[in-house]
Design a protein around this ligand. Structure first.
Ligand SMILES: Nc1nc2c(ncn2[C@@H]2O[C@H](COP(=O)(O)OP(=O)(O)OP(=O)(O)O)[C@@H](O)[C@H]2O)c(=O)[nH]1
Length: 556
């Protein structure tokens, strides 16, 4: 092959001193439809003016395209050689052959991800070219089962280094953020054993690997000698990412509980996709695998917010954040998917917006998980609180009373005045129940509970011991003060008019009071002793307080 002679070449040349991005308008394009063309044949087409310009923007030809020839006439306006780095902005193109037809010499290069041990230590296909003064023609033949999109740049080496370091920092930040979220949620799973955290971590991990693979970092760092796997990994990892995302969504949104049928449909669909991917693998059809993966990404982008909306409509409050998160991914992944397939213009923004969308999604999902945990914790605390409260009177129950008095009893030498313990039982309550009905009996219990609470000080602890019996602990209260409080409770109860004017129902209560003056009496024996005193008060006709302290005789 010889360089084109000026008079036969097309009139427009790309001036290497001014341009960096090579757009379709700088390129001449030919698609190889049936048989493989030789460079000589393509050059002949070019010289005879049969080639077309490649349209506008970044040349993009979709999945499973036929091989494409691109010709780039360049001009070096200087007087000496210039070094330029030619770079392709996507790493997945299977095979790229390049011919440099200069004024003095021709050179041939091969790039692409289908060769083991690539000739360049870059994540993207990169070539350093020496361009002699005058005209040079670059001829490029690209072939790939993957989406054939060719964002080419031609830069001075120092500009290329700067641009590379920007990408390195931005990917470093991105992978760092994803790894931190993943590690943290994995630890939460280990600590809490909640499967949502595990699925979320695996969702993040699958996205990390998908991104490493389709940006070329995997080939550069992780599997440099596995070009065959590199080619299969892109569609398989994309499928895995969507699978993990949907499994996480089903769990997090409780779709199994809310819509069991929908869960089965989603799982069934994932099963079919994986079966087809295995068939594609078995028959070595990478085009089928790629179409399946890209269609699944689009479907996934729509299904995730739909699942969120269904869960939200069924009353799952945390689905709100999920919906917002998945909308962010949906927009990002859909734009990138369409750009890579050549349906909308390909540029660095449309290519990388999926990363931004997914990062926002992942952060919002982490917040949604935290919110879910907070709601579950609140519900647990409420349930625990409910288990401590007597639903009828609103007083604490026996178990909660036992817990609550612990700091006040058996304090030994730290105690100045012993706690006083009261047992209170409503007199002839069965008769009220039997003659006036259970509902009024309930009202007696609630009114007496309110009356006791109102007769106590803030530090006193009162609970329903069971049936019509109440227990009260008066911390650091001497015999005299305790007796006054017990007497106040008794008279307040006797003064209650429970049935209102129509029923005119009066009730009374008997109280047993025991004060631990030595601060050494176990609470069980205080309760037992107060109960005995209360029983004696009842035997003597009720509506009275009997009290005692250590070794004292029963007093009326
Ligand atoms: N309405 C109502 N009645 C209850 C409740 N819990 C227990 N009771 C009733 O309280 C009554 C207690 O009867 P007893 O132990 O014989 O007590 P009493 O009739 O007050 O007899 P003395 O204690 O000897 O005065 C029983 O009829 C129980 O059914 C409740 O929550 N609501």
């Amino acid at each position: 092959i010889r360089a084109p002679e000026s008079q036969l070449a097309p009139t427009k040349y790309l001036d290497i001193s001014s341009q960096q991005a090579i757009m379709a308008e700088h390129l001449w394009q030919l698609r190889e439809e049936q048989q493989r063309l030789t460079p000589e044949q393509v050059l002949a087409y070019y010289r005879s003016g049969l080639m077309q310009t490649a349209g506008e923007g970044v040349p993009a030809f979709g999945i499973g395209s036929s091989p494409v020839w691109l010709l780039l006439p360049l001009i070096n306006p200087g007087t000496g050689d210039s070094t330029r780095v030619l770079q392709l902005g996507v790493p997945w193109t299977d095979e790229i052959q390049l011919w440099q037809l200069g004024p003095d010499q021709d050179q041939e290069f091969v790039l692409g991800d289908s060769f083991p041990g690539r000739p360049y230590r870059e994540r993207l296909p990169t070539l350093t070219l020496t361009l002699a003064p005058g005209e040079t023609l670059l001829m490029l033949r690209a072939e790939s089962k993957d989406p054939l999109v060719l964002p080419l740049t031609l830069m001075p080496p120092e500009v290329q280094r700067q641009s590379n370091s920007f990408y390195q920092y931005s990917y470093g930040f991105f992978y760092g953020a994803i790894s931190i979220l993943m590690g943290y949620n994995l630890m939460l799973y280990v600590g809490m054993r909640s499967r949502s955290y595990l699925l979320y971590s695996l969702f993040l991990l699958s996205f990390l690997f998908t991104n490493l693979s389709y940006t070329g970092h995997g080939m550069l760092w992780l599997w440099p000698s596995g070009p065959h796997w590199q080619q299969w990994l892109n569609p398989l990892l994309m499928t895995l990412f969507c699978t993990m995302g949907l499994l996480f969504a089903l769990r997090f949104l409780q779709i199994g509980k809310l819509r069991p049928g929908l869960r089965l449909i989603v799982l069934g669909l994932l099963g079919v996709i994986w079966l087809m991917q295995l068939l594609a693998l078995a028959f070595d059809s990478r085009t089928l695998s790629l179409i399946l993966a890209f269609d699944l990404v689009l479907f996934f982008s729509l299904l995730m917010p739909l699942l969120g909306a269904i869960s939200l409509a069924s009353g799952n409050y945390t689905a709100r954040l999920f919906l917002l998160a998945s909308l962010s991914s949906m927009v990002g992944c859909a734009i990138t998917g369409l750009a890579v397939r050549g349906i909308i213009p390909f540029n660095q923004f449309t290519f990388r917006i999926a990363e931004i969308g997914v990062l926002i999604d992942m952060i919002l999902l982490a917040l949604a998980l935290a919110e879910k945990f907070r709601i579950a914790e609140r519900q647990r605390l409420a349930a625990e609180q409910q288990a401590r409260i007597d639903p009828l009177t609103g007083l604490i129950n026996r178990r909660a009373f036992d817990e609550q008095i612990r700091p006040w009893v058996a304090q030994g030498h730290k105690c100045h005045l012993g706690p006083a313990l009261l047992m209170l039982d409503i007199d002839r309550f069965k008769t009220i129940n039997d003659t006036l009905g259970h509902a009024l009996g309930d009202k007696v219990l609630t009114d007496i509970a309110t009356c006791i609470k109102q007769s106590l000080r803030s530090q006193d602890i009162c609970g329903r011991w069971g049936g019509e019996e109440f227990v009260i602990l008066l911390p650091e209260t001497g015999l005299h003060a305790a007796e006054t409080i017990a007497e106040r409770i008794r008279t307040n109860i006797a003064a209650l008019n429970i049935g209102g004017e129509s029923a005119d129902l009066s009730v009374s209560a008997s109280v047993g009071l025991c004060v631990d003056t030595g601060c050494r009496t176990p609470v069980e024996s205080l309760i037992r002793h107060a109960d005995q005193l209360m029983y004696l008060a009842k035997q003597d006709g009720g509506n009275r307080v009997y009290c005692d302290h250590k070794d004292m005789a029963v007093t009326a």
